[in-house]
Design a protein around this ligand. Structure first.
Ligand SMILES: Cc1ncc(COP(=O)(O)O)c(C=O)c1O
Ligand SMILES: [Zn+2]
Length: 295
């Protein structure tokens, strides 16, 4: 049987809606600095059936047709994804709660999904150096996949970042710089470094190649539930990459007719650092930098 074509077509700006067929390694929109999103041709995607999912691929890459890569791509993979969905027994009065155990990923978090995808696409686009800002987890993930792909990786972290994560990033071959201040300050350092050295900035919501990787959690959750979507997904939001990626994949599955309803998605943040929840409750479209509760 003829294999259907890969549905990925290119990048589109979420602000000015310009389309980029994407043979250059873009970050934000070159015209208006808006965020770019990856575009899938849903007609091409509809030629795939659930049965065609490569069940012998034990990673998120079994869903390669949903990912922004070209046909025949050999992924930079360490077996990320394909994580268990476990029933939660600790709240007997709340039945039917499930946890997606993302600690099973190669470096212990779902950041591996975004990093495997981004490094795969960036190595195809001939990137040799990348930088990013991280609280620790994404740094470890990008260190691992960059090392596998022979890409130089420089991670900028706030000075209070988890030291075990800093050490692991170094062991995985990344250059690490601790920055006084918060993750926002680390983000400014990463952006400056990218501008000065020509490195690619793979930070959250600068690169368009991370959120679809985390979106594979939505694909796996639906498959693990026999293609029945959950009523509700509760997600611990930092930058929001996973929330956006899963929302997009649930929407695509719904429009393909693979699931019959889309779940409610609830963003959760700790009270000590809740900029997204705070902005949402105040009806703001922008999320200002978090200065602490009550500011
Ligand atoms: C363990 C963990 N949970 C949640 C998040 C938030 O992820 P996102 O950027 O997808 O909102 C992060 C990273 O920021 C993380 O490392
Ligand atoms: Zn634009």
């Amino acid at each position: 049987m003829k294999r259907p074509m890969q549905p990925y077509t290119g990048l589109q700006c979420t602000q000015c809606h310009r389309f980029f067929p994407e043979e250059a390694p873009l970050g934000k929109c070159p015209k208006c600095q808006g965020l770019l999103d990856t575009l899938l041709d849903e007609t091409a995607l509809s030629h795939y059936s659930k049965r065609q999912l490569e069940n012998d691929t034990r990673s998120m890459w079994k869903f390669h047709m949903f990912l922004p890569v070209k046909a025949g791509t050999i992924p930079v993979t360490a077996g990320e994804g394909d994580t268990p969905l476990r029933p939660v027994k600790s709240f007997p009065h709340l039945r039917n709660i499930w946890v997606k155990d993302e600690t099973r990923n190669p470096t212990g978090t779902f950041k591996d999904r975004g990093a495997s995808l981004a490094v795969t696409r960036l190595s195809q686009l001939k990137i040799r150096k990348l930088v990013l800002a991280s609280e620790g987890n994404a740094g470890c993930s990008f260190a691992l996949y960059s090392q596998m792909a022979g890409i130089r990786c420089h991670v900028y972290l706030p000075s209070d970042a988890n030291n075990a994560k800093v050490e692991l990033s170094k062991k995985l071959g990344a250059q690490v710089t601790k920055v006084k201040g918060t993750i926002s300050e680390a983000g400014r350092y990463a952006a400056n470094a990218a501008e000065k050295t020509g490195a690619y900035n793979a930070s959250t919501f600068v690169t368009p190649f991370r959120h679809d990787g985390k979106g594979t959690m939505a694909l796996e959750i639906c498959e693990q539930r026999g293609w029945e979507s959950p009523d509700c997904v509760v997600y611990p939001v930092g930058g929001g990459v996973g929330l956006v990626g899963m929302w997009k994949m649930f929407k695509i599955l719904y429009s393909l007719g693979w699931i019959r309803k889309r779940p409610r998605i609830i963003a959760v943040q700790p009270t000590g650092c809740a900029p997204v929840v705070d902005a949402y409750n105040k009806g703001r479209m922008e999320v200002p930098e978090w200065l602490g509760p009550g500011f």
